[in-house]
Design a protein around this ligand. Structure first.
Ligand code: TRP
Length: 368
C-alpha cells in the first residue's frame, strides 16, 4: 500500500536530554517500529518545546536534536518510510497553536495534570515562562496538523491527548458543522456533507510496557535516578547492571517477588513461553540460582541491543568522499522529513482556515 493510502500516526520526543534507555524502548520506540509498515508515520522532534525549560541553552537543544535523529536511526526507525519532522520547520504548527489557543479555556490548560506534574518534578515553581503551559496547546497542534488516527505515547502523555481530542471536537463543532452530540469516532464522517469536520479525533495508543522499573527496584527507569540500562551501554555493562539487581531471596528455593525488577525483566525481555516456565519454577519452589536467570535475561537484552549499538556507532563515523555521514546525514534526513510533513500540515492548515473563513489563497512553503 502506498503511504498516502495508509492511516497516519504522529508522535514525538522533546530534545531536552540525551541517552535513551530500555524504558524508552519498550514504552514507545518498539511500538513505533511495529507501526512503521501499517501506518504513514510522522515522528516529531519537539525542539521548540525544549525551549520551555532550556531557553538559555540553545546549543544543547541543537545537539540533542541531532542526537535524537541518530537514536531513532539506530533503533531502526526508517526515514524512507517514516518522516522525521523538525517542529521548528513546520509553520502550520505554530499557526494552529495560535488558533487553537482561542478555543481552549485558559483554566483548562492550567489544570492539565501532566503540566502540574512537570512543574513539580522539574522544580519549575512560579518561574516558568508563558510558553510552558502554552506547549500543551502546541502539542494539540503538533498532532492535529497531521490529522492522525493514532498517537502512540507513554502513559504520562494521556492528559495531553485528551486535551487534543477536546480541541479537535470543539473545532469541528464550531467551524465544521458537527453537532454537539456526535461521538468522537464519528467526527471524521459527520459535519455538512462529511467534509467540513476538519479533524478526525485521534486516539492515544499506550506502549506494551507502561512503566519499566529501574534496576534499583524502587522507581521507574530514569536517567536522572541512576537506575537505567542505556541502549548504548556496552554488553559487559548491561550484564553487570543486571547482576547488581538485588533479588532478596533468603534461599535458592524462595519465590521471586513480582515487584522485583528481575521478575519484570523476565516478562518483558524473554520469550513468553520461557518467561512463564521460569516464573512457574520460582513459584513451585524449585532450586534456582538467580545468577543463571540474570545471565539469561542479560543475554536477551544484549541480543536486542547489539544491532542498535552497532548502527549507532556507524552513525558517529564522519562523512567520507561519496558517503554521507555524521551530522550531514542527519540534516539530510531532517530536510526530507520536513518536506513531506509540510505537504500534509499545510493542507491541514488550509482546511482549518477555510472552515474559519480565513482562506484568501494558497501559499507555498518549502526549502530554497
Ligand atoms: N510532550 C512529549 C514528551 O515530552 C513530546 C511531544 C511533543 C509529543 N509533541 C507531541 C508526543 C505530539 C506526542 C505527540 O514526551
Amino acid at each position: 500500500m502506498s503511504n498516502a493510502a495508509k492511516p497516519r500516526i504522529l508522535t514525538g520526543d522533546t530534545p531536552t536530554a540525551t541517552g535513551l534507555h530500555l524504558g524508552h524502548y519498550v514504552g514507545s520506540l518498539e511500538t513505533r517500529l511495529r507501526l512503521q509498515d501499517e501506518y504513514d508515520c510522522y515522528f516529531l522532534i519537539a525542539n521548540v518545546h525544549a525551549f520551555t525549560t532550556l531557553a538559555e541553552k540553545a546549543g544543547e537543544i541543537r545537539a540533542n536534536t541531532l542526537g535524537i535523529v541518530k537514536d531513532w536511526l539506530a533503533v531502526g526507525l526508517d526515514p524512507e518510510r517514516s518522516a522525521f519532522v523538525l517542529q521548528s520547520e513546520i509553520p502550520a504548527i505554530a499557526e494552529l497553536t495560535f488558533l487553537f489557543a482561542m478555543i481552549i479555556p485558559f483554566n483548562k490548560v492550567m489544570r492539565n495534570p501532566t503540566l502540574k506534574t512537570e512543574i513539580e518534578s522539574k522544580g519549575l515553581g512560579e518561574t516558568y515562562p508563558f510558553g510552558f503551559p502554552m506547549y500543551a496547546v502546541g502539542q494539540c497542534a503538533d498532532i492535529l496538523a497531521f490529522r492522525p488516527e493514532l498517537v502512540p505515547v507513554g502513559e504520562d502523555q494521556e492528559a495531553h491527548i485528551e486535551m487534543c481530542r477536546d480541541v479537535a471536537m470543539k473545532f469541528n463543532q464550531l467551524y465544521g458543522g458537527v453537532g454537539n452530540r456526535v461521538p468522537a469516532d464519528d467526527h471524521a464522517r459527520a459535519g455538512s456533507a462529511g467534509e467540513n469536520a476538519v479533524f478526525p479525533v485521534p486516539r492515544a495508543r499506550i506502549g506494551r510496557v507502561a512503566r519499566l522499573v529501574g534496576i534499583d527496584g524502587q522507581n521507574k527507569m530514569s536517567k536522572s535516578l541512576n537506575n537505567a540500562i542505556f541502549l548504548y551501554d556496552e554488553a559487559k555493562v548491561v550484564q553487570k547492571k543486571i547482576n547488581s539487581i538485588r533479588t532478596d531471596r533468603p534461599t535458592t528455593t524462595s519465590p521471586l517477588p513480582e515487584s522485583n525488577p528481575l521478575s519484570q525483566y523476565i516478562d518483558v525481555f524473554l520469550p513468553a513461553e520461557r518467561a512463564s516456565q521460569i516464573k512457574a519454577d520460582y513459584a513451585a519452589g524449585k532450586t534456582i540460582m538467580d545468577g543463571h536467570v540474570k545471565a539469561e535475561v542479560g543475554a536477551a537484552i544484549n541480543a536486542l541491543l547489539d544491532p542498535i549499538r552497532s548502527r549507532r556507532a556507524a552513525l558517529e563515523a564522519p562523512a567520507a568522499p561519496g558517503r554521507a555521514g555524521g551530522d550531514a546525514l542527519v540534516v539530510d534526513v531532517i530536510r526530507a522529513g520536513v518536506k513531506k510533513a509540510n505537504a500534509v500540515a499545510e493542507e491541514t492548515l488550509m482546511l482549518a482556515k477555510r472552515a474559519m473563513g480565513l482562506d484568501f489563497g494558497r501559499r507555498v512553503v518549502g526549502w530554497e
